[in-house]
Design a protein around this ligand. Structure first.
Ligand code: PLP
Length: 384
């Protein structure tokens, strides 16, 4: 069946007890057993819960994986992936990681005896050079946040598998509708379901999807042993959101491209980072591994004063962190999501003080563009 059919139906058969078409919120901690050792597959809700199981089956199918695991946040999901490692192991990650992931690696897991190096994942050679004999995991994001660099998932997976290294891809920005890391050769797809999968900015969650039964066994063990599981209601919200993932993603992408094209033509905008633009340096690679380009873009206003004026003047676009909801969010990476990255490193990554990021929502695109236009008017200085 097609993606939307799967999104609406897999894991979501009508409730056998009542016929309810929507998976109930099984708000229960425990399950009554008829006699010792006899239960209906559920014993305790940290270990398993029917609402969560429905979501896990659904997300596994959408990512083209055999096993799905839901977590209480994207960070909990990423932490579970690092639970596949042992003291002494080395990880190579993208140099432009989500800030929370970088913080987990550097300020939590380093103290547990794991080591990390960061590569320019646009270049397979750079990844290759960063590998060590004890490298066990390659952790990448593509496109990266907020400058939308692309990593070649297939080439990187090929390189890693020659050395027995596991490849995990944070697929939050694209969602399985536009990019399927497992089909491209990766071993693990990880998500912050907080973003596009939920899609309505009303919950926090994460997911891990894998094919290998041994890896799945370890993730399942960690999910129960560590206990960072989502509440049934949170799972239900993601299940509801996912039903419209395809239609939302198509609109996010259509609006994203229209906004990117408009900004690219705008005299006050220097550069636009959007993988759907032919001017994106990796547009061809993006086209080859993604089936759409999503709603995330960033652009250069030329200075912090310009960015500040623009962000103060928007009316429809909301100044906020996060992304992937139906409403358009606008942010200033250098002082918000990437404030903890040292300035020289930010400059090296292209996260300048004039850079503005947009999570383009699914409002009428004319309204988004009109709002950006009136806000751009307020910018005091033209970029050099
Ligand atoms: C938001 C985000 C995360 C972290 O997810 P939470 O749900 O906030 O814990 C990880 N990776 C990416 C790419 C994200 O955007």
């Amino acid at each position: 069946m097609g993606f939307s059919t799967d999104a609406i139906h897999i894991g979501q058969e009508p409730d056998p007890a009542t016929g309810a078409i929507i998976v109930p919120i099984y708000q229960t901690s425990t399950y009554v057993q008829t006699e010792l050792g006899h239960h209906k597959g559920y014993e305790y809700s940290r270990t398993g819960n029917p609402t969560r199981a429905a979501l896990e089956r659904n997300l596994a199918a959408l990512e083209g994986g055999a096993f799905g695991f839901a977590f209480s946040s994207g960070m909990a999901a990423i932490h579970a992936v690092t639970g596949l490692l042992r003291t002494g192991d080395h990880v190579v990650a993208g140099r432009n990681l989500y800030g929370g992931t970088f913080r987990l690696f550097e300020r939590v897991l380093r103290d547990y005896g794991l080591s990390f190096d960061y590569a320019d994942t646009r270049r397979v050679n750079d990844v290759d050079r960063t590998l060590r004999p004890n490298t066990r995991l390659l952790f990448i994001e593509t496109p990266t946040n907020p400058v939308m660099e692309i990593a070649d998932i297939s080439a990187i997976s090929h390189l890693a598998h020659e050395r027995g290294i596991l490849v995990a891809v944070d697929n939050t920005f694209m969602s399985p509708y536009f990019q399927r890391p497992l089909a491209l050769g990766a071993d693990v797809a990880v998500h912050s379901t907080t973003k596009y999968l939920n899609g309505h900015s009303d919950g926090v969650g994460g997911a891990v999807i894998v094919n290998n039964p041994d890896v799945a066994g370890r993730i399942r063990f960690l999910q129960n042993a560590v206990g960072a599981v989502p509440a049934p209601f949170e799972c239900w919200l993601v299940l509801r959101g996912v039903k419209t993932l395809a239609v939302r993603m198509r609109q996010h992408s259509e609006n994203g491209l229209a906004v990117a094209q408009h900004l690219e033509r705008h005299p006050k905008v220097k550069t636009v980072h959007y993988p759907g633009l032919p001017s994106h340096p990796q547009h061809e690679l993006a086209r080859s591994q993604m089936t759409g380009f999503g709603g995330m873009l960033s652009f250069e206003t030329g200075s912090r004063e310009n960015a500040c004026a623009l962000l103060k003047s928007v009316r429809l676009c909301s100044l906020a962190e996060s992304l992937g909801g139906v409403e358009t969010l606008i942010s200033h990476p250098a002082s918000m999501t990437h404030a903890s990255v040292p300035e020289d490193e930010r400059d090296r990554l292209g996260i300048t003080s004039g850079l503005v990021r947009i999570s383009v929502g699914v409002e009428d695109v004319e309204d988004i563009i009109a709002d950006l236009d009136q806000a751009l008017e307020s910018m005091p200085v033209c970029p050099s």
